[in-house]
Design a protein around this ligand. Structure first.
Ligand code: SDX
Length: 434
Protein backbone atom coordinates (compact mmCIF):
# COMPACT_ATOMS: atom_id res chain seq x y z
CA UNK A 1 0.00 0.00 0.00
CA UNK A 2 1.35 3.48 -0.98
CA UNK A 3 2.94 5.12 2.00
CA UNK A 4 0.54 7.67 3.46
CA UNK A 5 1.85 11.16 4.18
CA UNK A 6 0.67 14.45 5.72
CA UNK A 7 1.82 17.86 4.49
CA UNK A 8 1.94 20.95 6.65
CA UNK A 9 1.77 24.30 4.91
CA UNK A 10 2.54 27.61 6.64
CA UNK A 11 1.05 31.03 6.01
CA UNK A 12 4.28 32.76 7.12
CA UNK A 13 6.35 31.68 4.13
CA UNK A 14 7.94 28.69 5.86
CA UNK A 15 8.34 25.97 3.23
CA UNK A 16 5.75 23.19 3.52
CA UNK A 17 6.86 20.02 5.25
CA UNK A 18 5.65 16.49 4.48
CA UNK A 19 5.60 13.79 7.14
CA UNK A 20 5.18 10.00 6.90
CA UNK A 21 2.03 8.50 8.44
CA UNK A 22 2.63 5.23 10.28
CA UNK A 23 -0.24 2.76 10.37
CA UNK A 24 -1.18 1.28 13.78
CA UNK A 25 -2.36 -2.34 14.00
CA UNK A 26 -5.62 -1.05 15.47
CA UNK A 27 -6.68 2.50 16.36
CA UNK A 28 -5.50 5.87 15.05
CA UNK A 29 -2.58 6.09 12.62
CA UNK A 30 0.18 8.50 13.64
CA UNK A 31 1.82 11.42 11.84
CA UNK A 32 5.57 11.15 12.42
CA UNK A 33 6.59 14.76 13.06
CA UNK A 34 10.10 14.12 14.35
CA UNK A 35 11.62 16.19 11.48
CA UNK A 36 9.32 19.20 12.00
CA UNK A 37 11.71 21.36 14.05
CA UNK A 38 14.70 20.58 11.83
CA UNK A 39 12.76 21.47 8.68
CA UNK A 40 10.63 24.38 9.92
CA UNK A 41 12.18 25.72 13.13
CA UNK A 42 8.79 25.20 14.77
CA UNK A 43 7.54 22.91 17.54
CA UNK A 44 4.11 21.33 17.88
CA UNK A 45 2.18 22.48 20.93
CA UNK A 46 0.07 19.90 22.81
CA UNK A 47 -0.16 20.50 26.60
CA UNK A 48 -1.67 17.43 28.28
CA UNK A 49 -0.76 15.42 25.16
CA UNK A 50 -4.38 15.39 23.93
CA UNK A 51 -3.27 14.48 20.38
CA UNK A 52 0.23 13.12 20.93
CA UNK A 53 1.41 9.51 20.76
CA UNK A 54 4.59 9.31 22.83
CA UNK A 55 5.61 5.85 21.59
CA UNK A 56 4.72 2.77 19.58
CA UNK A 57 3.58 0.02 21.95
CA UNK A 58 2.49 -3.61 21.70
CA UNK A 59 1.24 -3.91 25.28
CA UNK A 60 -2.22 -2.37 25.80
CA UNK A 61 -4.83 -1.01 23.45
CA UNK A 62 -7.79 1.17 24.50
CA UNK A 63 -10.69 2.07 22.22
CA UNK A 64 -12.20 5.02 24.09
CA UNK A 65 -15.28 5.28 21.85
CA UNK A 66 -16.19 1.60 22.06
CA UNK A 67 -15.08 1.21 25.68
CA UNK A 68 -12.65 -1.59 24.82
CA UNK A 69 -9.44 -2.56 26.67
CA UNK A 70 -7.00 -5.22 25.40
CA UNK A 71 -3.85 -6.48 27.15
CA UNK A 72 -1.59 -7.95 24.42
CA UNK A 73 -4.74 -8.37 22.28
CA UNK A 74 -6.85 -10.16 24.92
CA UNK A 75 -10.08 -8.35 26.00
CA UNK A 76 -10.05 -7.41 29.69
CA UNK A 77 -13.30 -9.38 30.20
CA UNK A 78 -11.65 -12.60 28.95
CA UNK A 79 -8.68 -12.11 31.24
CA UNK A 80 -10.74 -11.12 34.29
CA UNK A 81 -13.00 -14.16 33.92
CA UNK A 82 -10.45 -16.81 32.89
CA UNK A 83 -7.05 -15.88 34.33
CA UNK A 84 -5.42 -14.85 37.58
CA UNK A 85 -3.27 -11.81 38.23
CA UNK A 86 0.07 -13.62 37.90
CA UNK A 87 -1.05 -14.98 34.49
CA UNK A 88 -1.71 -11.36 33.48
CA UNK A 89 1.68 -10.30 34.86
CA UNK A 90 3.32 -12.96 32.70
CA UNK A 91 1.27 -11.85 29.68
CA UNK A 92 2.18 -8.16 30.09
CA UNK A 93 5.83 -8.95 30.76
CA UNK A 94 6.51 -11.57 28.08
CA UNK A 95 3.75 -10.97 25.49
CA UNK A 96 1.81 -14.24 25.84
CA UNK A 97 -0.11 -16.15 28.49
CA UNK A 98 2.11 -18.76 30.20
CA UNK A 99 2.09 -22.46 29.42
CA UNK A 100 1.50 -24.62 32.53
CA UNK A 101 5.27 -25.10 32.89
CA UNK A 102 5.97 -21.37 32.42
CA UNK A 103 3.23 -20.53 34.91
CA UNK A 104 4.64 -22.93 37.50
CA UNK A 105 8.16 -21.45 37.14
CA UNK A 106 6.98 -17.82 37.16
CA UNK A 107 4.60 -18.26 40.11
CA UNK A 108 7.32 -20.03 42.10
CA UNK A 109 9.82 -17.24 41.31
CA UNK A 110 7.35 -14.60 42.51
CA UNK A 111 6.23 -16.47 45.62
CA UNK A 112 9.87 -17.00 46.66
CA UNK A 113 10.82 -13.32 46.43
CA UNK A 114 7.99 -11.91 48.56
CA UNK A 115 10.04 -10.99 51.63
CA UNK A 116 11.33 -7.42 51.83
CA UNK A 117 14.91 -6.85 53.01
CA UNK A 118 14.70 -6.87 56.84
CA UNK A 119 16.37 -3.45 57.00
CA UNK A 120 13.45 -1.90 55.14
CA UNK A 121 11.70 -2.05 58.52
CA UNK A 122 14.03 0.69 59.77
CA UNK A 123 12.66 3.09 57.13
CA UNK A 124 9.16 2.55 58.46
CA UNK A 125 10.06 3.86 61.90
CA UNK A 126 10.89 7.26 60.42
CA UNK A 127 7.28 7.82 59.32
CA UNK A 128 4.49 9.22 61.51
CA UNK A 129 1.82 6.58 62.11
CA UNK A 130 -0.70 8.75 60.23
CA UNK A 131 1.51 9.16 57.13
CA UNK A 132 -0.49 8.54 53.94
CA UNK A 133 0.29 5.03 52.63
CA UNK A 134 1.20 6.48 49.21
CA UNK A 135 3.83 8.71 50.83
CA UNK A 136 5.16 5.66 52.66
CA UNK A 137 5.11 3.50 49.51
CA UNK A 138 6.89 6.14 47.45
CA UNK A 139 9.56 6.22 50.15
CA UNK A 140 9.87 2.47 50.60
CA UNK A 141 10.17 1.72 46.87
CA UNK A 142 12.66 4.54 46.49
CA UNK A 143 14.60 3.06 49.41
CA UNK A 144 14.37 -0.42 47.87
CA UNK A 145 16.38 0.84 44.87
CA UNK A 146 19.32 1.20 47.30
CA UNK A 147 19.19 -2.44 48.33
CA UNK A 148 20.11 -3.99 45.03
CA UNK A 149 23.32 -2.50 43.64
CA UNK A 150 23.12 -5.27 41.01
CA UNK A 151 19.92 -3.65 39.67
CA UNK A 152 21.51 -0.46 38.37
CA UNK A 153 22.05 -1.37 34.71
CA UNK A 154 18.58 -1.15 33.18
CA UNK A 155 20.06 -2.05 29.77
CA UNK A 156 20.91 -5.57 31.03
CA UNK A 157 17.94 -7.94 30.36
CA UNK A 158 18.83 -10.04 33.41
CA UNK A 159 18.73 -6.93 35.62
CA UNK A 160 15.35 -5.99 34.17
CA UNK A 161 13.94 -9.47 34.77
CA UNK A 162 15.30 -9.67 38.34
CA UNK A 163 13.97 -6.19 39.14
CA UNK A 164 10.57 -7.18 37.69
CA UNK A 165 10.37 -10.31 39.86
CA UNK A 166 11.47 -8.39 42.98
CA UNK A 167 8.95 -5.57 42.40
CA UNK A 168 5.96 -7.82 41.59
CA UNK A 169 6.80 -10.03 44.57
CA UNK A 170 7.61 -7.35 47.16
CA UNK A 171 5.06 -4.59 46.49
CA UNK A 172 2.30 -6.46 48.38
CA UNK A 173 4.65 -6.90 51.35
CA UNK A 174 5.51 -3.17 51.36
CA UNK A 175 1.84 -2.14 51.02
CA UNK A 176 0.88 -4.42 53.91
CA UNK A 177 3.76 -3.05 56.02
CA UNK A 178 2.53 0.50 55.39
CA UNK A 179 -0.95 -0.52 56.54
CA UNK A 180 0.13 -2.50 59.61
CA UNK A 181 2.41 0.35 60.70
CA UNK A 182 -0.49 2.83 60.44
CA UNK A 183 -2.64 0.74 62.80
CA UNK A 184 0.16 -0.25 65.19
CA UNK A 185 -0.07 -3.96 64.45
CA UNK A 186 2.95 -6.23 63.84
CA UNK A 187 3.92 -6.96 60.24
CA UNK A 188 2.80 -10.31 58.89
CA UNK A 189 5.45 -12.07 56.83
CA UNK A 190 4.33 -13.50 53.46
CA UNK A 191 3.00 -17.08 53.42
CA UNK A 192 4.22 -18.64 50.21
CA UNK A 193 1.66 -21.42 50.35
CA UNK A 194 -1.08 -18.89 49.51
CA UNK A 195 -2.04 -17.37 46.16
CA UNK A 196 -0.78 -13.89 45.31
CA UNK A 197 -4.10 -12.28 46.27
CA UNK A 198 -4.51 -14.58 49.27
CA UNK A 199 -1.09 -13.45 50.51
CA UNK A 200 -2.13 -9.80 50.20
CA UNK A 201 -5.27 -10.44 52.26
CA UNK A 202 -3.34 -12.35 54.92
CA UNK A 203 -0.54 -9.76 55.23
CA UNK A 204 -3.16 -7.02 55.56
CA UNK A 205 -5.66 -8.63 57.93
CA UNK A 206 -4.02 -11.51 59.80
CA UNK A 207 -2.35 -11.12 63.22
CA UNK A 208 0.14 -13.46 64.93
CA UNK A 209 -2.50 -14.18 67.56
CA UNK A 210 -4.88 -16.33 65.55
CA UNK A 211 -5.31 -18.47 62.47
CA UNK A 212 -6.30 -16.55 59.34
CA UNK A 213 -8.46 -18.25 56.73
CA UNK A 214 -8.57 -16.62 53.30
CA UNK A 215 -12.15 -16.03 52.11
CA UNK A 216 -12.12 -17.40 48.52
CA UNK A 217 -14.71 -14.85 47.33
CA UNK A 218 -12.63 -11.95 48.62
CA UNK A 219 -9.45 -13.59 47.26
CA UNK A 220 -11.03 -13.84 43.79
CA UNK A 221 -12.39 -10.29 44.03
CA UNK A 222 -9.00 -8.85 44.97
CA UNK A 223 -7.30 -10.85 42.21
CA UNK A 224 -9.80 -9.36 39.73
CA UNK A 225 -9.18 -5.84 41.06
CA UNK A 226 -5.45 -6.38 40.46
CA UNK A 227 -6.10 -7.61 36.88
CA UNK A 228 -8.32 -4.62 36.08
CA UNK A 229 -5.65 -2.16 37.27
CA UNK A 230 -2.60 -3.90 35.75
CA UNK A 231 -1.95 -1.64 32.76
CA UNK A 232 -3.61 1.15 30.78
CA UNK A 233 -1.33 2.30 27.92
CA UNK A 234 0.28 5.77 28.30
CA UNK A 235 -1.59 7.14 31.36
CA UNK A 236 0.08 9.78 33.51
CA UNK A 237 1.96 7.42 35.86
CA UNK A 238 3.10 5.11 33.04
CA UNK A 239 4.34 8.12 31.06
CA UNK A 240 6.15 9.23 34.23
CA UNK A 241 7.88 5.86 34.54
CA UNK A 242 8.84 5.90 30.85
CA UNK A 243 10.25 9.43 31.03
CA UNK A 244 12.05 8.74 34.32
CA UNK A 245 13.56 5.45 33.10
CA UNK A 246 14.57 7.01 29.76
CA UNK A 247 17.56 8.57 31.54
CA UNK A 248 18.80 5.03 32.26
CA UNK A 249 18.14 5.35 35.98
CA UNK A 250 17.61 2.47 38.37
CA UNK A 251 14.35 0.70 37.28
CA UNK A 252 13.16 0.37 40.90
CA UNK A 253 13.59 4.12 41.42
CA UNK A 254 11.61 4.74 38.22
CA UNK A 255 8.69 2.75 39.69
CA UNK A 256 8.82 5.00 42.77
CA UNK A 257 8.27 7.95 40.42
CA UNK A 258 5.20 6.21 38.99
CA UNK A 259 3.81 5.67 42.49
CA UNK A 260 4.20 9.39 43.26
CA UNK A 261 2.28 10.32 40.10
CA UNK A 262 -0.49 7.75 40.63
CA UNK A 263 -1.26 9.27 44.06
CA UNK A 264 -2.98 12.32 42.51
CA UNK A 265 -6.80 12.53 42.82
CA UNK A 266 -7.13 13.11 39.06
CA UNK A 267 -5.44 9.73 38.54
CA UNK A 268 -5.11 6.78 40.88
CA UNK A 269 -6.19 8.77 43.93
CA UNK A 270 -9.71 9.01 42.48
CA UNK A 271 -10.88 5.76 44.09
CA UNK A 272 -10.18 7.13 47.59
CA UNK A 273 -11.68 10.51 46.59
CA UNK A 274 -14.76 8.77 45.14
CA UNK A 275 -15.47 6.77 48.28
CA UNK A 276 -14.98 9.90 50.40
CA UNK A 277 -17.42 11.70 48.07
CA UNK A 278 -20.05 8.92 48.48
CA UNK A 279 -19.53 8.76 52.26
CA UNK A 280 -19.96 12.53 52.54
CA UNK A 281 -23.08 12.48 50.33
CA UNK A 282 -24.51 9.64 52.41
CA UNK A 283 -23.91 11.61 55.59
CA UNK A 284 -25.64 14.67 54.08
CA UNK A 285 -28.80 12.72 53.29
CA UNK A 286 -27.93 10.17 50.63
CA UNK A 287 -30.22 9.67 47.63
CA UNK A 288 -32.34 12.72 48.49
CA UNK A 289 -29.25 14.90 48.17
CA UNK A 290 -28.12 13.60 44.76
CA UNK A 291 -29.93 16.36 42.82
CA UNK A 292 -28.28 19.10 44.87
CA UNK A 293 -24.87 17.41 44.56
CA UNK A 294 -25.18 17.06 40.77
CA UNK A 295 -26.04 20.78 40.58
CA UNK A 296 -22.85 21.59 42.49
CA UNK A 297 -20.84 19.40 40.10
CA UNK A 298 -22.35 21.22 37.12
CA UNK A 299 -21.64 24.62 38.69
CA UNK A 300 -18.20 25.55 37.33
CA UNK A 301 -17.53 27.85 40.27
CA UNK A 302 -17.81 24.95 42.71
CA UNK A 303 -14.76 23.04 41.38
CA UNK A 304 -16.58 19.90 42.61
CA UNK A 305 -16.16 16.90 40.32
CA UNK A 306 -18.06 13.62 40.26
CA UNK A 307 -15.06 11.51 41.25
CA UNK A 308 -14.85 8.17 39.47
CA UNK A 309 -16.50 9.70 36.39
CA UNK A 310 -14.88 10.87 33.18
CA UNK A 311 -11.73 9.79 31.41
CA UNK A 312 -9.22 11.25 28.98
CA UNK A 313 -9.61 8.30 26.64
CA UNK A 314 -12.91 6.54 27.44
CA UNK A 315 -15.83 8.46 25.97
CA UNK A 316 -17.95 5.40 26.73
CA UNK A 317 -18.35 3.15 29.74
CA UNK A 318 -14.92 2.07 31.08
CA UNK A 319 -15.03 -1.75 30.61
CA UNK A 320 -13.24 -2.09 33.94
CA UNK A 321 -16.06 -0.24 35.71
CA UNK A 322 -18.59 -2.80 34.44
CA UNK A 323 -16.46 -5.67 35.78
CA UNK A 324 -15.88 -3.78 39.03
CA UNK A 325 -19.62 -3.29 39.52
CA UNK A 326 -20.16 -7.04 38.92
CA UNK A 327 -17.47 -7.78 41.52
CA UNK A 328 -19.24 -5.39 43.88
CA UNK A 329 -22.44 -7.41 43.61
CA UNK A 330 -20.53 -10.68 44.22
CA UNK A 331 -18.59 -9.46 47.25
CA UNK A 332 -21.46 -7.58 48.89
CA UNK A 333 -23.77 -10.56 48.26
CA UNK A 334 -21.25 -12.99 49.77
CA UNK A 335 -20.88 -10.77 52.82
CA UNK A 336 -24.63 -10.24 53.22
CA UNK A 337 -24.14 -6.52 52.42
CA UNK A 338 -26.24 -6.41 49.24
CA UNK A 339 -28.17 -3.55 50.83
CA UNK A 340 -24.96 -1.63 51.46
CA UNK A 341 -26.16 2.01 51.46
CA UNK A 342 -23.02 3.30 49.70
CA UNK A 343 -23.40 0.80 46.85
CA UNK A 344 -27.07 1.66 46.43
CA UNK A 345 -26.19 5.36 46.53
CA UNK A 346 -23.42 4.86 43.94
CA UNK A 347 -25.77 3.03 41.56
CA UNK A 348 -28.49 5.70 41.95
CA UNK A 349 -25.94 8.50 41.46
CA UNK A 350 -24.61 6.73 38.35
CA UNK A 351 -28.11 6.29 36.94
CA UNK A 352 -29.02 9.98 37.49
CA UNK A 353 -25.70 11.23 36.09
CA UNK A 354 -25.98 9.06 32.97
CA UNK A 355 -29.40 10.58 32.27
CA UNK A 356 -28.16 14.16 32.73
CA UNK A 357 -27.18 16.12 29.62
CA UNK A 358 -24.14 17.64 31.35
CA UNK A 359 -22.56 14.19 31.53
CA UNK A 360 -24.05 12.88 28.29
CA UNK A 361 -22.83 15.87 26.24
CA UNK A 362 -19.33 15.57 27.70
CA UNK A 363 -19.30 11.77 27.34
CA UNK A 364 -18.60 11.35 31.05
CA UNK A 365 -19.08 7.76 32.20
CA UNK A 366 -18.01 5.81 35.30
CA UNK A 367 -14.34 4.83 35.18
CA UNK A 368 -12.42 2.09 36.97
CA UNK A 369 -12.35 4.14 40.19
CA UNK A 370 -16.10 4.56 40.59
CA UNK A 371 -16.86 1.15 42.10
CA UNK A 372 -13.40 -0.01 43.12
CA UNK A 373 -13.56 1.87 46.43
CA UNK A 374 -16.83 0.21 47.42
CA UNK A 375 -15.43 -3.26 46.66
CA UNK A 376 -12.20 -2.57 48.52
CA UNK A 377 -14.09 -1.18 51.53
CA UNK A 378 -16.26 -4.33 51.58
CA UNK A 379 -13.09 -6.46 51.50
CA UNK A 380 -11.90 -4.50 54.55
CA UNK A 381 -9.30 -2.28 52.84
CA UNK A 382 -9.37 1.25 54.33
CA UNK A 383 -9.88 4.16 51.85
CA UNK A 384 -6.40 5.56 52.43
CA UNK A 385 -4.95 2.27 51.17
CA UNK A 386 -7.01 2.10 47.91
CA UNK A 387 -4.42 3.87 45.77
CA UNK A 388 -1.62 1.76 47.25
CA UNK A 389 -3.52 -1.33 46.07
CA UNK A 390 -3.83 0.36 42.66
CA UNK A 391 -0.04 0.97 42.68
CA UNK A 392 0.56 -2.67 43.66
CA UNK A 393 -1.52 -3.80 40.67
CA UNK A 394 -0.07 -1.27 38.19
CA UNK A 395 3.55 -2.12 39.00
CA UNK A 396 3.53 -4.86 36.36
CA UNK A 397 2.22 -2.43 33.73
CA UNK A 398 4.89 0.13 34.60
CA UNK A 399 7.61 -2.54 34.38
CA UNK A 400 6.38 -3.90 31.03
CA UNK A 401 6.18 -0.37 29.57
CA UNK A 402 9.62 0.55 30.96
CA UNK A 403 11.11 -2.60 29.42
CA UNK A 404 9.46 -1.87 26.06
CA UNK A 405 10.81 1.69 26.09
CA UNK A 406 14.38 0.78 27.04
CA UNK A 407 14.58 -2.04 24.44
CA UNK A 408 13.14 0.09 21.60
CA UNK A 409 15.90 0.39 18.94
CA UNK A 410 14.83 4.03 18.45
CA UNK A 411 14.90 4.73 22.20
CA UNK A 412 16.12 8.18 23.25
CA UNK A 413 16.02 10.05 26.54
CA UNK A 414 12.66 11.87 26.67
CA UNK A 415 13.18 15.63 26.47
CA UNK A 416 10.11 17.68 25.41
CA UNK A 417 10.56 21.33 24.33
CA UNK A 418 8.33 24.34 25.16
CA UNK A 419 6.85 27.58 23.98
CA UNK A 420 8.75 30.22 25.98
CA UNK A 421 6.39 33.10 26.80
CA UNK A 422 8.50 34.78 29.50
CA UNK A 423 10.64 37.95 29.57
CA UNK A 424 12.91 38.66 26.60
CA UNK A 425 16.67 39.18 27.22
CA UNK A 426 17.32 41.91 29.80
CA UNK A 427 20.25 42.85 32.07
CA UNK A 428 20.55 43.72 35.72
CA UNK A 429 20.59 47.50 36.17
CA UNK A 430 23.24 48.57 38.71
CA UNK A 431 21.52 49.65 41.95
CA UNK A 432 21.36 53.40 42.37
CA UNK A 433 23.09 52.95 45.74
CA UNK A 434 26.31 51.39 44.42
C1 SDX B 1 -7.60 6.97 36.17
O1 SDX B 1 -5.36 7.82 31.91
C2 SDX B 1 -5.73 6.73 32.40
O2 SDX B 1 -5.82 5.70 31.75
C3 SDX B 1 -5.98 6.74 33.88
C4 SDX B 1 -6.56 5.46 34.47
C5 SDX B 1 -5.56 4.34 34.46
O3 SDX B 1 -6.00 3.18 34.51
O4 SDX B 1 -4.34 4.62 34.50
O5 SDX B 1 -7.71 5.07 33.75
C6 SDX B 1 -6.95 5.66 35.94
O6 SDX B 1 -6.92 7.90 36.50
C7 SDX B 1 -9.07 7.12 35.91
C8 SDX B 1 -9.56 8.58 36.05
C9 SDX B 1 -9.77 8.82 37.54
N1 SDX B 1 -10.03 10.26 37.81
C10 SDX B 1 -11.23 10.64 38.24
O7 SDX B 1 -12.23 9.91 38.33
C11 SDX B 1 -11.28 12.11 38.64
C12 SDX B 1 -12.53 12.75 38.05
N2 SDX B 1 -12.38 12.82 36.59
C13 SDX B 1 -11.71 13.91 36.04
O8 SDX B 1 -11.08 14.85 36.78
C14 SDX B 1 -11.48 13.89 34.55
O9 SDX B 1 -12.54 13.27 33.96
C15 SDX B 1 -10.17 13.26 34.09
C16 SDX B 1 -9.01 13.89 34.75
C17 SDX B 1 -10.22 11.80 34.38
C18 SDX B 1 -10.07 13.47 32.59
O10 SDX B 1 -10.00 14.80 32.39
P1 SDX B 1 -9.76 15.45 30.93
O11 SDX B 1 -9.70 14.41 29.87
O12 SDX B 1 -8.62 16.40 31.02
O13 SDX B 1 -11.11 16.19 30.66
P2 SDX B 1 -11.40 17.62 31.15
O14 SDX B 1 -10.95 17.82 32.56
O15 SDX B 1 -10.93 18.56 30.11
O16 SDX B 1 -13.00 17.58 31.17
C19 SDX B 1 -13.76 17.81 30.01
C20 SDX B 1 -15.06 18.43 30.52
C21 SDX B 1 -14.83 19.66 31.40
O17 SDX B 1 -15.99 20.45 31.32
P3 SDX B 1 -16.03 21.73 30.29
O18 SDX B 1 -14.77 22.53 30.57
O19 SDX B 1 -16.03 21.11 28.90
O20 SDX B 1 -17.30 22.45 30.62
O21 SDX B 1 -15.73 17.47 31.37
C22 SDX B 1 -15.80 18.00 32.69
C23 SDX B 1 -14.77 19.09 32.79
O22 SDX B 1 -15.15 20.05 33.78
N3 SDX B 1 -15.50 16.87 33.58
C24 SDX B 1 -16.14 16.62 34.70
C25 SDX B 1 -15.56 15.45 35.21
N4 SDX B 1 -14.59 15.03 34.40
C26 SDX B 1 -14.55 15.93 33.39
N5 SDX B 1 -17.16 17.27 35.33
C27 SDX B 1 -17.60 16.72 36.47
N6 SDX B 1 -17.09 15.56 37.03
C28 SDX B 1 -16.08 14.92 36.42
N7 SDX B 1 -15.59 13.82 36.98
Amino acid sequence: MADKTATLTFSDGTPEVTFPIHQSSIGPDVVDIRTLYGKSGKFTFDPGFMSTASCASTITYIDGDKGELLYRGYPIDDLARNCNYLDVCYLLLYGDLPTPAERQRFDSLILHHTMAHEQIHFFMRGFRRDAHPMAVLTGLVGAMSAFYPDSMNVHDPKVRETSAIRLIAKLPTLVAMAYKYSIGEPYMYPDNTLSYAGNVLRMLFATPCEQFVVNPVLERALDRILILHADHEQNASTSTVRLCASSGTNPIAAIAAGIACLWGPAHGGANEACLNMLTQLQAQGGVEKIGEFISQVKDKTSSIRLMGFGHRVYKNYDPRAKLMRETCHEVLGNLGLQNDPLFKLAMKLEQIALEDDYFISRKLYPNVDYYSGIVQKAIGIPPQLFTAIFALARTIGWIAQLNEMITDPEYKIGRPRQSYVGEKLRHVKPYAGN
